[in-house]
Design a protein around this ligand. Structure first.
Ligand SMILES: Nc1nc2c(ncn2[C@@H]2O[C@H](COP(=O)(O)OP(=O)(O)O)[C@@H](O)[C@H]2O)c(=O)[nH]1
Ligand SMILES: [Mg+2]
Length: 375
């Protein structure tokens, strides 16, 4: 088998050298690429004490098994296999925590990151005045390869949004190719969000003091095997990461999502109410129908949006819906109670109304996150 030829005769006995650098590689269905990646790194990192640590989210194509087979004869090839988990950033964080190396590089498993740039990223940290060395596509000498116009535009836009929101002038904060000193990573660790795809932005924004960044240009390569995992979910998670890194300091992003869903629920309520009234229903029947539908609407939207990471399925979903109805009913009682009390304190009716809605909404949020979508 091919991997025997990669590892049987290393140029230097890497497993006996002190560990200098770990390359953390998140993978999701990259079996077609891992052998070539190890082979390429064996060449560019020859002479260093290095290890490669794959963090695989239980790929269905056998990536984990393949890495384990290689790792049996090459101890510097390691695997963390996660079951029932997803997410590039959280995978990278766990990989970083699973190595003892003083320098940690992060690289995709699909050969799109040019490995010949890797030694330069690592060496940039050796000078002592750099905390993190970033492989960048957006300075002279770098490039985005054969991305189509749409993807280039999308990436530029997201890059700009990230730079503005985080107040950073790093040219490619969306890069997934960088090397960081372990102490710098550990300082950022307690505040990392671990959301979504963009771990570099997370580290830059979570560091208590501004990191000293070196930028090293490289050309992003075309993916030859396997598939990109970019999609709507990645875009949504990017927005969530930016929100968490900015307003998230003051209000939990989950609460904002919950309130957004609640706001949509008001429209659903009014639409159903209007439709039932014009169909000739009495107000009480129409209002009851509208409330029941709006609560169900909010439940399903919260289940797949606000709590996508704890999404209820099957019977658990029915139980969740029932508990959500019960919580919302009590929330309505709290809403009316507080609203009525406020109305007696202040003659501006809308203040009483808003106070009731806020207390009801926060009650619903707190109770449903503790009961309906409990961890
Ligand atoms: N562990 C893990 N790896 C992931 C996940 N999503 C993507 N990856 C890996 O992250 C790297 C970059 O992903 P890719 O889809 O190529 O992104 P693109 O290059 O921006 O299109 C690849 O090595 C993927 O296998 C995930 O949810 N978990
Ligand atoms: Mg890729």
């Amino acid at each position: 088998m091919r991997y025997d030829t990669i590892t049987a005769d290393p140029i230097l006995p890497v497993d006996t050298l002190p560990l200098e650098v770990a390359v953390v590689v998140p993978t999701l269905n990259e079996a077609a690429n891992v052998e070539r990646l190890i082979e390429k790194l064996s060449i560019v990192l020859a002479g260093r004490g290095w290890e490669i640590l794959f963090v695989d989210d239980n790929s269905s194509d056998g990536t984990s098994d393949l890495v384990r087979r290689i790792g049996r004869t090459a101890r510097h090839v390691r695997i963390v296999q996660r079951v029932g988990r997803r997410g590039l950033s959280s995978a990278v964080i766990e990989g970083m925590l699973a190595t003892a190396a003083p320098v940690i590089a992060v690289m995709d498993g699909d050969l799109q990151h040019d490995e010949s740039t890797l030694p330069r990223l690592i060496d940039a940290l050796m000078t002592g005045d750099t905390d993190i060395a970033v492989g960048t596509r957006y300075v002279a000498g770098g490039g985005t390869g054969d991305w189509d116009k749409g993807r280039v535009r999308m990436s530029r836009l997201a890059t700009r949004a990230g730079q503005i929101a985080l107040g950073t002038d790093v040219s490619d904060p969306m890069s997934g190719f960088f090397a960081v000193r372990r102490d710098a990573f550990e300082r950022a660790l307690p505040r990392l969000s671990g959301i979504g795809f963009k771990i570099l932005i997370d580290i830059l924004a979570s560091s208590p003091t501004a990191l000293r960044v070196a930028e090293i240009p490289y050309h992003f390569r075309t993916r030859e095997a396997g598939e990109s995992k970019i999609g709507m979910r990645v875009i949504a998670e990017y927005a969530e990461l930016i929100a968490d890194k900015t307003v998230g300091r003051f209000v939990p992003v989950r609460l904002i999502k919950f309130l957004m869903v609640g706001g949509l629920g008001v429209f659903v309520h009014l639409a159903i109410l209007g439709a039932l009234l014009s169909a000739g229903d009495a107000f009480i029947t129409a209002q009851t129908g509208a409330v029941m539908t709006a609560i169900a609407f909010n439940f399903f939207l919260n289940n797949s949006f606000t709590y996508a990471d704890r999404k209820l399925k099957g019977w658990a979903m029915l139980g969740g819906l029932a508990s959500f109805y019960a919580i919302s009913a009590l929330g309505a009682v709290a809403n009316i109670g507080i609203g009525t009390w406020m109305a007696g304190q202040d003659e501006r009716w809308w203040i009483a109304g808003v106070a009731g809605v806020l207390v009801g909404a926060i009650w619903n949020f707190a109770m449903s996150s503790a009961l309906t979508w409990r961890k």
